[in-house]
Design a protein around this ligand. Structure first.
Ligand SMILES: [Mn+2]
Length: 424
């Protein structure tokens, strides 16, 4: 963790400016009939989970260039995740990927408590083979033509639930790489039937208070067809399973130009929006830092979410899911968490009553201008004040760099060979 003196010193240098900016924004919002303290409270209550795999340096299909002091195991990862939350006060939980992070529950719980974190959704992995497994997932997992391979994938998912129960998780996220690379390679219908049968076995093992999240993805690693390719198929799955099954929306897993915020609205309307994986993309599933390419789209997603915040039992899980190739993953994650908070806060300051009026009057120009007014509002002083008041850093990246954390862990953690490609 970062020494609190370093955070205090960094904050001392920035506090006077922050107070002036916060007061100015407060006056501005007051003229718009918005109480800045109420927005600040809502921002403070919001948290986004970080994925354990996000604190390692990722790669592409071509190469992986290792960074300094990469985490060696889940305990190093939890240290890094602890730093992200310590400085941003925005990421109180971590999502584990099994078997990458499989360790005795008591050890995981002890480490999480030490660094002040809890555990978010469990993620199963049936898209790669493990050294000791009996059946290969080369041609699929839950939808494999071979019953024993499907059973192995089902058993793995149930093992993820078992571990999750011991560490306080309440959800299992399933994403499979199953699909095909050639027309004719698979029978779409039979393959989906096999998937549904297997997924139902996992669903049957789900504890009452748990949620099963299924994540769709249009392509990759299968490049002709994917079993759970879009939100339509994903919704069919959730409807087939039952009330505890909901859809997970990863911002990078759609066809180009798809209206993601509208998918969000549709899923919410029918109680099937289970959660998000935040990232950004220019071309495909680029897994770039959240808000780095299209912050307006992120805002439009939150514009839908904010409208549903008062709905009973509406509590979708929010997680970052991105891959860092050229940045320090801790810095990318801190900035991304802030971008998610920013989009949330911008959506909160939209004049909803005015917007609804313009919509009813079919005043397209004023409706879109009213929405854009929220997006144009610089809410950074609110976010910074939430961090400061929570004991975090007004400028997390500055405090992090001043701490020398990366160099320090670099002393203990050897560089991992960069020979292989692959996104983690
Ligand atoms: Mn994802």
């Amino acid at each position: 963790m970062i020494n609190s003196d370093i955070i205090s010193k960094s904050n001392d240098a920035a506090l006077a400016r922050l107070r002036a900016d916060y007061d100015a924004l407060g006056e501005h919002l007051d003229r718009r009939g918005i109480d800045i303290a109420a927005i600040k409270e809502q921002v403070a209550r919001y948290g986004v989970a970080v994925p354990s795999w996000g604190v390692g340096t990722g790669g592409t299909r071509f190469a992986r260039f290792p960074g300094t002091g990469e985490p060696r195991d889940i305990f190093d990862k939890l240290d890094d995740c602890g730093v992200i939350h310590q400085l941003t006060c925005a990421t109180p939980s971590v999502s584990l990927h099994i078997p990458w992070d499989a360790q005795p529950a008591a050890d995981l719980n002890a480490k999480a408590e030490e660094v002040g974190l809890t555990f978010d959704a469990m993620n199963s992995n049936t898209f790669q083979d493990q050294p000791d497994q009996a059946h290969s997932y080369k041609f699929g997992s839950l939808s494999h033509t071979d019953a024993a391979t499907r059973q192995q994938a089902v058993d793995h998912n149930i093992a993820c639930i078992d571990l999750g129960q011991q560490i306080g998780s309440k959800a299992l996220t399933i994403w499979v790489g199953d699909g095909s690379n050639f027309p004719g390679q698979t029978n779409f219908t039979k393959q989906f039937e096999r998937y549904l049968d297997a997924a139902k076995q996992v669903y049957a093992a789900l504890p009452d208070e748990w949620t099963l999240l299924t994540e769709h993805k249009m392509y990759e690693p299968a490049f002709y067809s994917t079993v759970v390719q879009d939100w339509g198929t994903n919704l069919l799955i959730a409807q087939q399973m039952g009330d505890k099954a909901k859809c997970l929306v990863d911002l990078g897993h759609h066809a180009p130009n798809v209206n993601i915020e509208m998918i969000v609205a549709r899923l919410m309307q029918f109680g099937k929006l289970g959660g998000f994986h935040f990232n950004d993309s220019k071309y495909g599933d680029d897994d770039l830092d959240t808000g780095s390419i299209d912050p307006y789209r992120l805002f439009l997603v939150f514009n839908e979410l904010v409208q549903a915040e008062d709905t009973p039992d509406f509590n979708p899980m929010h997680m970052l899911d991105q891959s860092h190739n050229v940045t320090d993953p801790i810095e990318s994650m801190m900035v991304s968490a802030t971008e998610v908070q920013r989009a949330h806060a911008q959506a909160l300051v939209v004049d909803r009553a005015a917007l609804a009026g313009y919509q009813d009057e079919n005043d397209a120009l004023m409706a879109t201008t009213t929405l854009k007014h929220g997006f144009r509002t610089d809410v950074e002083p609110i976010l910074a004040m939430v961090r400061f008041e929570g004991g975090g850093a007004i400028d997390p990246v500055a405090a992090y760099r001043a701490s020398g954390y990366r160099a320090a862990v670099g002393e203990e953690r050897p560089v991992v060979s960069g020979a292989g490609g692959g996104i983690v």
